[in-house]
Design a binder for this molecule. Structure first.
Ligand code: ATP
Length: 230
C-alpha cells in the first residue's frame, strides 16, 4: 500500500518464559492498509497484535512508530463491562482517553451512530444482556471513542453466529473504507482474504506467507503455508 509508514516491527521475537510465541517477525503497517494476520490457534496472533498495539514489549527486535499514531485494540473476548450499560461502557472508554464535557458528548453521538438501531435504542441496558455480535459491535464502538488512526481487532468473529459475523465484518469493512488503518487478527484465511488488502500468515510464531489478497495465486500459496503438511 502507498500510505505512509505508521508502525514497523523488525526482527521481533517474543517468549513467555520458555514458550516461544514469535520469532523473526517483520511487519510494515502503512496508513490506510487493511492488514489481515491469520493463523491457527496458538500461532501467535494475539501476541503480535499486542506488540503492534504497543501494550506488549517484544522480548527481542524493535518496534517503531514513525507516524506516532493513536492505536485502539479490540481484545479477544471483547472485555466489555457486562454489568454496566452500553452507554457507560462508551463513557468509561472516553474518560480513559481523557475526553470530557462537550467533546465527550460529540464523540458519544458519533460512535453511537455507527451502531445498528437495535443497539442504539437500548443504550441504557447492561452490555451483558446483548447478543455476542451486538457486544462485538459495542466493543468496536468503544475502541473508536478514542478516535484512533489504527484499529486492531483480535478475532472479532469468535463465538458469533454466521449472520452476526457478516454484520461485524460489514462494520469493519465500512470503517476501513473510511480510511481507518485496520489490523484484523483472524483464524479464517477466507475471511481475511475477503476483508483485507494484505494478508500475513503466521505459523508457530513465524511469518510463512504474505501478500496482497488480489495477487494471482496468493490464495493457494497462503493456504499451503497456513496448513503446511497437517
Ligand atoms: P489463539 O487464537 O488461541 O488466541 P494466537 O494465535 O492468538 O492463539 P497467542 O495467544 O499469541 O496465539 O499465543 C502464542 C503462543 O504463546 C501459544 O503457544 C500460547 O500458548 C503462548 N502464550 C500466550 N500467552 C501466554 C502467556 N501469558 N503465558 C505463557 N504462554 C503464553
Amino acid at each position: 500500500s502507498s500510505g505512509e509508514l505508521v508502525v514497523r516491527l523488525a526482527g521481533v521475537a517474543h517468549h513467555y518464559g520458555g514458550v516461544r510465541a514469535l520469532e523473526g517477525v517483520d511487519v510494515d503497517l502503512h496508513a490506510g492498509a487493511v492488514l489481515g494476520i491469520v493463523g491457527a490457534n496458538g500461532a501467535g496472533k494475539s501476541t503480535l497484535g499486542r506488540i503492534l498495539h504497543g501494550s506488549l514489549r517484544p522480548s527481542d527486535g524493535t518496534r517503531t512508530e514513525p507516524g506516532k499514531p493513536s492505536i485502539s485494540l479490540v481484545p479477544e473476548g471483547r472485555a466489555l463491562f457486562k454489568t454496566l450499560s452500553v452507554r457507560e461502557n462508551l463513557e468509561v472508554a472516553a474518560y480513559a482517553a481523557g475526553v470530557r464535557g462537550s467533546e465527550l458528548r460529540r464523540r458519544l453521538t458519533e460512535t453511537t451512530a455507527l451502531l445498528p438501531e437495535r443497539v442504539r435504542t437500548r443504550m441504557e441496558i447492561s452490555a451483558g444482556s446483548l447478543s455476542g455480535g451486538e457486544q462485538q459491535l459495542v466493543a468496536i464502538a468503544r475502541a473508536l471513542i478514542a478516535e484512533p488512526e489504527v484499529l486492531i481487532l483480535d478475532e472479532p468473529a469468535l463465538g458469533l453466529s454466521p449472520v452476526m459475523v457478516q454484520e461485524v465484518y460489514g462494520q469493519i469493512e465500512a470503517l476501513a473504507a473510511r480510511g481507518i488503518t485496520t489490523v484484523l487478527l483472524d483464524q479464517s484465511l477466507n475471511r481475511a482474504l475477503q476483508s483485507c488488502s494484505e494478508v500475513l500468515v503466521l505459523r508457530q510464531g513465524a511469518v510463512v506467507a504474505r501478500g496482497s489478497a488480489a495477487e494471482p495465486g496468493f490464495e493457494a500459496r497462503a493456504e499451503e503455508a497456513y496448513f503446511g503438511d497437517e
